[in-house]
Design a protein around this ligand. Sequence first.
Ligand code: GLA
Length: 392
Amino acid sequence: MEIGLLKEKFCEIYGEGEIRVFVGPARVNLIGEHTDHQGGYVFPCAISLRSACLVRIRSDNRIRIAASDLPGIVEADISDLSGYGSIPWGNYQLGVAHIMRQKGYSLYGMDMLFDETVPHGSGLSSSAAIEVATAISIATISHERVGTPINKVELAQIAQMAENEYVGMNCGIMDQFASAMGQEGQAILLRCSDLDYHYAPIQLSQMGYTLMICNTKKPRSLVTSAYNQRRGECDEAYADLKGHVNIACLAELSPAQFHENEKYIRNPVAKKRAKHVVLENARTIQAASVLKEGNIIRFGELMYASHESLRDLFEVTGEELDAMYRACVAQKGVVGARMTGAGFGGCAIAIVENEQVEAFTAGACESYKKQTGYTPAFYMAEITDGAREIYS
Ligand code: GLA
């Protein structure tokens, strides 16, 4: 929904008065998939699809949460936010508020209205966008009233904790970090073991290319349990390896070290998962470096290899993402394509020559539809700033 209309809706629900607007963007990950939970490198950027949080401070201790696309209002008292983990919606917001309060942020009673332009369950991190929009709202207000510093890296960590502890998804830090720390026109090369990060300009359009987001529209289900299972298999591989090689996390292994030591991983499934993590981590480092040199063709080849490893070794692509991948690769002017995010449905991304974008969209749409029966959606990704207040 457009911000002006949202303000009207806010006033209909909560009455007239001052309204502040904060956003948490969605993200795409260019490469470095399923490496974050093993301490590896990721290469995401924040995009213009977003969650918006409209806020007004109340004079009592109530938090009230409304959503533009859901009926009803979720209410809670800020002095006890511990019991809301499994409510049907509003748990991301209350989880973040709860953790922020525990960490010493001043929490006030608030009326809130949330609105998302990120399609839910699309693998573009609608949940991180909601968490980060909540966190930046609370942090900004706490900062203005009692001077608590705004540290966006900490906000990303809080948002991740809310997702881990409140929602039960054992995710890494990538999504929340990209949403909090994104910068216009830049991807972030982030090492998840210690959160060391660098911005890398993405000037695709000057180089003649467009970054396309390709939504399979496959409704995702059981993502949390399948994700937690994959993460568990990686942890198992690390446990088998760490007595034999001196590493602090799985992604610290080089491909050569993996080759020497893979014999110690007892479970063959865990071995495949670990191989993906190690090779994907190496690809991510290489991808960031070839992009810096302007070698988009090599970057695209690394994207293809990433998708194939997620398909064959990590086994998180599934029928629809593989169909979308094939549909993209077959089009003229495509130099790279892969799934993005957790997998099991959701979105792929493709790098397409500017003048082929229209033909790409028509051709990939037709091919994907023929293969799966689902009607996909295509968006051009605009790389934006991360968590922020907007004034309009
Ligand atoms: C999800 C998680 C992230 C990351 C990706 C896979 O988006 O939330 O932490 O693990 O999957 O790379």
